[in-house]
Design a binder for this molecule. Structure first.
Ligand code: HEM
Ligand SMILES: *[C@@H]1O[C@H](CO)[C@@H](O)[C@H](O)[C@H]1NC(C)=O
Ligand SMILES: *[C@@H]1O[C@H](CO)[C@@H](O)[C@H](O)[C@H]1NC(C)=O
Ligand SMILES: *[C@@H]1O[C@H](CO)[C@@H](O)[C@H](O)[C@H]1NC(C)=O
Ligand SMILES: *[C@@H]1O[C@H](CO)[C@@H](O)[C@H](O)[C@H]1NC(C)=O
Length: 547
């Protein structure tokens, strides 16, 4: 027997032993997961993936969140278990207690790094903590207060632009488009000290267009997208870049040009900002954002911090596109959803308008008054409860981990389980919607849109449950150290827009049916078939009979 064949034989034995060990271990562990209740599997290859992530999955999400209890087993590729979890104790473990284990999926992290660089969406562990520490003050209430005049200024421009379009009587207006432009401009000026869109005229900005094009581009390359993050790590940077440059696919080239535009523009804006900061307060006051934008604060904080806390420049720059991306469609679509409901519910619209106009100058309410208007707050909360705009965060434990439950659940075999062993790499979906609409907590009317529920003390079942959401007791903005950093920003944005709009406009439905689609960020289309995101409403100027 030659040495070579001996080595071969041993290698073969090793491979067989190892894979059968892995196979049996997986069967053993999966048998616990497979004992969990959940919807039947639709496809052998793709399990419930299509059913759950499909854009028409709203009904399926209702089923998953109502019929199986607070921890639901579904299936991913080739029967690999996938968990949807909304038991509060388990959620707390995922989001807070063991959040270093329940990390974002590796493929997500790689994709986000490729798109935006090492910003807050992409980093993990210590690096992420250091970035959040530096960013947090820029998202504080005090800073929101400082930014309010910038917000009003932009929203007043928007109001005037829409007012000219409807001055001859009520018109059909795509409110999603306008909310998108507003959200981009607000995060542009408030976040970057940069104006993307004059709002009064239609003018495209290459940076803004690039960011808007990301999601459509990712949808068109979904096959490569699965691969890209993996092959995207092979070899040195110049080699990977060369591979992408010669990659014979139009959509991949499109994505490359998007990434290039974002990278170039963010560096340019960053350099201009540093130069302005060096020139002192007078120059700053002339800049967009008056030096109060989040990036200006961040650069100053970084300069002032001790050596061990300083972030490298590429991490500062990466925050720019990350913040715009995270802050744009989320808020604009949540606002659109609110306007949609107000158009469906003229009674609520009228009551809300009364509250706003009562508060004085309907269109320029002070910070403290605006954030504490009870009905406005109730309408926002109730909308974000029932329609969490970003309902699909996913996590993947980086090692085997035990998930404790607040109440034991009955397995398919009839045995009670009070904790669940989740193997490394299992796809876990923290049940944002499931928690927000759990009838045990919220009562039998949990699925109804009822802003009044927020005007009274909430049921103690809700307030006593350890739901780990930052926007307590809702999971809409997630929780723990990866919670939405922009949640106060987005609340302020919603309230400024609604207060100004309701004091000037009326909103009604048109004949066109509006359908809300499931996606990383939920979006509206006209009917189920169309894949153009839009939301036409009939907008009229408010006749001020009251004055
Ligand atoms: C209604 C509007 C919004 C909703 C529903 C929302 C929701 C969320 C959710 C669920 C997450 C966690 C995602 C995950 O980890 O998988 C998140 C993270 C994040 N959000 Fe928001 N968001 C909104 C608006 C904003 C705004 C306006 C900004 C910026 C100004 C923003 C910036 C971010 C950032 C930077 C993260 C990542 C935080 C981290 O990983 O440390 N979001 N958001
Ligand atoms: C709500 O959560 C509780 C606690 O985890 C759970 O036992 C219950 O099954 C959930 N209720 C519904 C209707 O899903
Ligand atoms: C809006 O209110 C602020 C403070 O309440 C005031 O300084 C400002 O002049 C007002 N702006 C307009 C246009 O009324
Ligand atoms: C909007 O409402 C404000 C406050 O009621 C009023 O002063 C302003 O003229 C209105 N603007 C438009 C364009 O209708
Ligand atoms: C939208 O749908 C049409 C036809 O249904 C299809 O040709 C087109 O590629 C779709 N666009 C996107 C961005 O998915």
């Amino acid at each position: 027997m030659t040495i070579a064949s001996l080595v071969m034989q041993w290698a073969l034995i090793l491979v067989i032993t190892l894979s059968s060990w892995l196979y049996f271990r997986r069967r053993l562990v999966n048998s616990t997961l497979n004992n969990l209740p959940g919807p039947p599997c639709q496809s052998f290859w793709k399990g419930n993936l299509d059913q759950f992530f499909n854009r028409h999955a709203s009904e399926f999400h209702k089923e998953v969140t109502q019929n199986y209890g607070a921890i639901v087993k579904m299936q991913g590729i080739f029967g690999k278990p996938m968990l949807y979890v909304y038991d509060p104790k388990a959620l707390h473990t995922i989001v807070v207690k063991q959040q270093d284990i329940f990390e974002k999926a590796e493929s997500t992290v790689r994709l986000v790094t490729l798109l935006f660089g090492p910003g807050v969406l992409a980093t993990l562990g210590e690096t992420h903590r250091a970035q959040r520490k530096m960013l947090n003050p820029a998202f504080s209430i005090n800073h929101m207060r400082d930014m309010l005049p910038i917000f009003y200024n932009i929203v007043h421009k928007l109001r005037d632009a829409i007012a000219t379009r409807v001055s001859d009587g009520p018109q059909e207006v795509d409110m999603l488009g306008w909310m998108g432009r507003t959200a981009l401009e607000l995060i542009g000026q408030g976040g970057l000290g940069y104006s993307f869109d004059p709002l009064v005229e239609d003018k495209a900005d290459a940076y803004g267009e690039a960011i808007k094009a990301i999601i459509p581009a990712l949808i068109t390359i979904h096959v490569f997208r699965e691969l890209l993050p993996y092959i995207g790590w092979i070899g040195p940077a110049w080699f990977r870049r060369r591979v992408v440059e010669v990659f014979p696919n139009k959509q991949v080239q499109k994505l490359k040009s998007i990434v290039d535009t974002m990278a170039t523009r963010s560096v340019e804006i960053f350099e201009a900002k540093k130069a302005a900061l060096d020139q002192g307060d007078e120059v700053l006051a002339q800049q967009v954002g008056e030096g109060k934008d989040i990036m200006s604060l961040l650069i100053r904080a970084n300069r002032a911090s001790s050596l061990e806390d300083k972030l490298p420049e590429d991490q500062l720059i990466a925050q720019m596109s990350s913040l715009i991306f995270a802050g744009m469609d989320t808020t604009s679509n949540a606002l659109s959803r609110t306007l949609h409901i107000l158009a469906q519910r003229p009674d609520v619209q009228e009551r809300l308008r009364d509250e706003i106009i009562e508060a004085g100058h309907g269109d320029n309410i002070s910070y403290d008054e605006l954030v504490s208007l009870p009905y406005l707050d109730a309408v926002c909360r109730e909308t974000l409860r029932l329609d969490p705009t970003a309902p699909l965060p996913t996590r993947q434990p980086n090692k085997d981990v035990v998930l404790p439950l607040s109440e034991p659940i009955r397995g398919i075999d009839g045995k009670m389980m009070s904790e669940i062993l989740v193997p490394k790499g299992t796809m876990v979906i923290p049940g944002v919607l499931g928690s927000n609409i759990n009838k045990t907590f919220w009562g039998e009317d949990a699925l109804e849109w009822k802003p009044e529920r927020w005007l009274f003390p909430l049921p103690s079942a809700v307030t006593d449950a350890p739901i780990p959401g930052v926007y307590s007791p809702l999971m809409t903005f997630f929780g723990g150290s990866r919670s939405c950093i922009g949640f106060k920003f987005s609340q302020l944005e919603m309230k400024v827009v609604l207060s100004v709009f309701l004091s000037n406009f009326t909103f009604e439905l048109t004949e066109k049916p509006i359908e809300w689609n499931v996606a990383t960020v939920r979006y509206p289309t006209v009917g189920k078939e169309s894949n153009v995101s839009q939301m036409p409403l009939k907008v009229g100027l408010l006749k001020r009979v009251r004055d």
